[in-house]
Write a protein that binds this ligand. Structure first.
Ligand code: NAP
Length: 235
């Protein structure tokens, strides 16, 4: 694993920072993506190991192109950056919030993935991990026990779209040996929103699930949706 190179988007804090920390701890070279250079620099200093700052705003095309040029060779892309919107049900949500959330959580993932694909195609063990959410599962949402019932419509529908993209990328990149999987990290104590901030879930535990998918063996799965503990989540 010493020669593997990873990029983690939105890695200056939260789950992304823990993913970067664990990948660096496993001996990888890790580019710590951050849309703010100072915040990214502080994260790199704190994590240590072979981490490198990478200014990357996933909603900004020139920033994405610059980042892809700076990184060059790449084995692992973790699309972690995400925002939660304001939690409203769909009929109360304004279109701008849908657009803002989709820009980061959906279009940003496609733009970053496509920009780094030429490098990933050159890797012997290419992996893409999309940090999704169990709340984006339509199977769970239509089940009898689901607690959210329409809330966080922009966020949850963006994660359902991200799940779809995960399947479509996995199918279209299968011939290149690129494995693409989605992770449901579980509720974690981060700045994502009030529920996350109030939770007791350890972000490092979720990060371990992402690292498992980032370091999948060559006979591992692709186009699947996993919980942080390695169990399968229904689409
Ligand atoms: P967080 O602490 O708020 O971290 C989000 C990260 O994304 C931050 O580094 C943030 O950067 C970055 N980001 C936001 N917009 C960006 C952009 N346009 N370009 C680049 N980076 C951007 O939240 P988190 O909980 O760690 O979230 C990480 C991922 O886990 C997200 O995809 C989220 O949907 C998912 N998730 C989290 C939970 C949970 O309970 N925490 C549950 C399910 C799924 P700034 O510091 O610059 O804002």
């Amino acid at each position: 694993m010493d020669n593997l190179i990873a990029v983690v988007t939105g890695a200056n804090k939260g789950i992304g920072k823990e993913i970067a920390r664990q990948l660096a701890g496993a001996g990888l070279t890790v580019y710590v993506g951050s849309r703010d250079a100072a915040r990214g620099g502080r994260a790199v200093e704190e994590i240590g190991g072979d981490t490198r700052p990478l200014v990357l705003d996933v909603t900004d095309a020139p920033s994405i192109a610059d980042a892809a040029r700076q990184v060059g060779a790449l084995d692992i892309l973790v699309n972690n950056a995400g925002i939660s919107g304001d939690g409203k049900t769909p009929e109360r949500e304004d279109t701008d919030t849908f657009r803002r959330v989709y820009e980061t959580n959906v279009f940003g993932v496609a733009a970053v993935t496509n920009a780094f694909l030429p490098a990933l195609r050159q890797s012997a063990h290419p992996r893409i991990v999309n940090i999704s959410s169990g709340t984006g599962s339509l199977t769970l949402a239509t089940g009898p026990q689901f607690p959210h019932r329409g809330s966080f419509a922009a966020y949850r529908s963006s994660k359902a779209a991200l799940n779809a993209l995960t399947v479509f990328y996995a199918h279209s990149l299968a011939d290149n040996g690129i494995k693409v999987n989605a992770l449901a990290p579980g509720l974690r104590r981060t700045d994502l929103n009030a529920a996350a901030a109030a939770s007791e879930g350890d972000p490092a535990e979720a990060a371990a699930g992402a690292v498992r998918l980032a370091l999948l063996p060559d006979d591992g799965p692709s186009g699947e949706f996993f919980s942080w503990d390695g169990t399968t989540v229904p689409w």
